[in-house]
Design a protein around this ligand. Structure first.
Ligand SMILES: NC(=O)c1ccc[n+]([C@@H]2O[C@H](COP(=O)([O-])OP(=O)(O)OC[C@H]3O[C@@H](n4cnc5c(N)ncnc54)[C@H](OP(=O)(O)O)[C@@H]3O)[C@@H](O)[C@H]2O)c1
Length: 232
């Protein structure tokens, strides 16, 4: 059995990833989110964990993750949830929004990973997938918080890979999903920053990819398994 922990599953890419994971008979999922659609609450393969990723006290700790991992032959942790706000020039950022962005995009993935590594059953592989962004590697005016937290996350997971145990059972990968048609892009189009029109135009040209298509690609590439690769 593959036991997967995933964050931010109530909409967007996270919902698409969860739909696909839960459709696989050999997968059990622990979904961490602030709310859940009815079909997730009722799904026999999904365990829901209500929590705010900005609040470390609401995250499962190592003992709680260890209980979820019982019986697993593979364990996976997917850091999907993120916020793009605050968007704005440094000096004008709202301190609470800035603190929240770091907590959701960077602190929560680090804390959950620390717990998952401790919780991993002896001899069972752990694969960590960090959903990053192209913004981790170039400057978009006004996106300092988002870029910095994604870059910081990538660095953390590079360290995890580099310091992997001698048996190589812990692996980590950062993935860039590209531009998708989700609520995050709607927020970007309604924000005030220099390159906004570029995002409006891409949307108008129909260039945003459906999250279900991106989810299928991420799972096929990051968690190769015949049952995920076969279905498009
Ligand atoms: N959309 C794009 O074009 C794009 C491009 C590159 C990378 N990405 C990355 O892809 C991933 C998914 O993005 P998306 O487009 O699907 O974003 P989205 O539509 O804005 O969805 C974000 C998800 O994160 C959750 N979340 C946010 N704050 C949370 C908190 N404090 N506690 C718990 N959950 C929280 C949201 O839940 P709530 O409903 O509770 O807020 C939602 O489920 C993100 O890591 C994003 O950075 C997206």
């Amino acid at each position: 059995m593959r036991h997967v922990v995933i964050t931010g599953t109530n909409r967007g890419l996270g919902q698409a990833l969860l739909d696909r994971l839960a459709a696989d008979a050999g997968t059990r999922v622990l979904a961490l989110a602030r709310s859940f659609p009815a079909e997730q609450l009722e799904h026999p393969q999904i365990t829901t964990w209500p929590g705010d990723l900005a609040d470390p006290a609401s995250l499962p700790d190592a003992g709680e993750l260890a209980k979820f991992f019982v019986g697993a032959t593979e364990t996976v942790l997917i850091h999907n949830a993120a916020v793009v706000e605050p968007i704005g020039e440094i000096g004008t950022l709202d301190p609470d929004e800035l603190t929240r962005a770091v907590a959701v995009n960077l602190t929560a993935p680090m804390l959950l990973t620390n717990s998952a590594v401790a919780a991993r059953p002896h001899g069972v592989p752990l694969r960590v997938v960090f959903v990053s962004s192209g913004a981790a590697h170039h400057v978009i005016s006004g996106w300092s918080a988002y870029s910095a937290t994604k870059r910081g996350g990538e660095e953390f997971f590079t360290h995890l890979s580099a310091s992997s145990t001698a048996d190589d059972l812990i692996t980590a990968v950062s993935v860039n999903p590209g531009v998708m048609d989700t609520g995050m892009q709607a927020e970007i189009r309604s924000a005030d920053f220099a390159e906004r029109q570029r995002f409006v135009d891409r949307h108008a040209r129909g260039e945003l990819r459906p999250p279900a298509v991106v989810a299928a690609e991420i799972l096929a590439a990051a968690l190769p398994r015949p049952s995920f690769s076969r279905r498009s």
